[in-house]
Write a protein that binds this ligand. Structure first.
Ligand SMILES: O=C(O)CCC(=O)C(=O)O
Ligand SMILES: [Fe+2]
Length: 255
């Protein structure tokens, strides 16, 4: 539960003057940011950043997010849209996106400014190719998902979108290239199921489909996967017990 007397939504004095923005808790990080590393799950497609957030921060966020007005999936999806059965809160919050990018070490690890000796080591050009261009930050489109028992996100592809990202004092035209999922729960918090599963394309039409890639939930782990034209088919498996909480945004490159 959110602290007493603390409203989840506060009117922000920033850009979107009249929109109510969540009063997001501060990021209290424990690990020094240089210890974050990128783990390759599928080359050029899926990477993770383990222990991106400490479990204490995930816990604080879950209580805070529980106080937001999450909306359960409205009935039938639009034609062509995936079946998503969960509770969601969505907001355009450029300031939160910027904080999540700059204050958590995400920017440093993605840009290679602070490179740990562990995990994926990339030179400048490989990095640029991996992320699909000159990375400028995260999409202001922030989504919070809560999946309870029986809820899931059916197989789908994520689209790339044109957005605007604030860089210093300027607004930069940008395009999303990778999906960011930040998991706040796992088996350790009582969430059974809910894995994110990716389905590689078979090498030929007649070939047997390759084994799916199952990413188990880990508290505080961030997952990034390529989206748009090169997105892999994926799903959020049904939650069998407990709750799965995710914070979603997207990585953006200059348009
Ligand atoms: O919740 C998940 O594991 C997957 C979410 C997802 O695929 C999406 O947000 O597009
Ligand atoms: Fe997706």
């Amino acid at each position: 539960m959110a602290p007493k007397g603390k409203k989840a939504l506060a009117t922000s004095s920033t850009t979107q003057a009249h929109e109510q923005h969540p009063d997001w808790p501060p990021f209290k990080l424990i690990l020094p940011q240089y210890s974050l590393s990128i783990q390759e799950i599928v080359p050029n497609q899926i990477v993770t950043i383990p222990n991106f957030w400490p479990s204490s921060l995930c816990k604080t966020y879950i209580s805070f997010l529980s106080s937001l007005p999450l909306v359960t999936t409205p009935g039938k999806p639009k034609k062509g849209d995936a079946v998503r059965v969960n509770d969601r809160f969505q907001i355009q919050d450029a300031l939160f996106a910027k904080r999540l990018w700059e204050e958590t070490g995400l920017k440093d690890v993605v840009m290679g400014d602070l490179q740990s000796d562990e995990g994926l080591q990339l030179d400048g050009e490989t990095r640029r190719r991996l992320w699909g261009g000159e990375v400028v930050g995260l999409s202001p489109n922030i989504r919070i998902y809560r999946y309870s028992k029986g809820q899931f996100f059916d197989q789908h592809y994520d689209d790339s979108n044109n957005v605007t990202v604030a860089l210093g004092q300027t607004e930069i035209p940008a395009r999303t290239t990778w999906t960011l999922l930040l998991y706040l729960t796992s088996q350790l918090t009582g969430c059974v199921g809910g894995e994110t599963v990716f389905y590689p394309d078979p090498p030929t039409k007649k070939a047997a489909p390759p084994e799916p890639i199952v990413v188990e939930l880990e508290v505080g782990m961030a997952l990034l996967h390529r989206h748009g034209a090169e997105c892999m088919l994926h799903e959020g498996r049904e939650v069998l017990a407990g709750e799965k909480w995710v914070i979603r945004s997207d990585l953006c490159v200059r348009r």
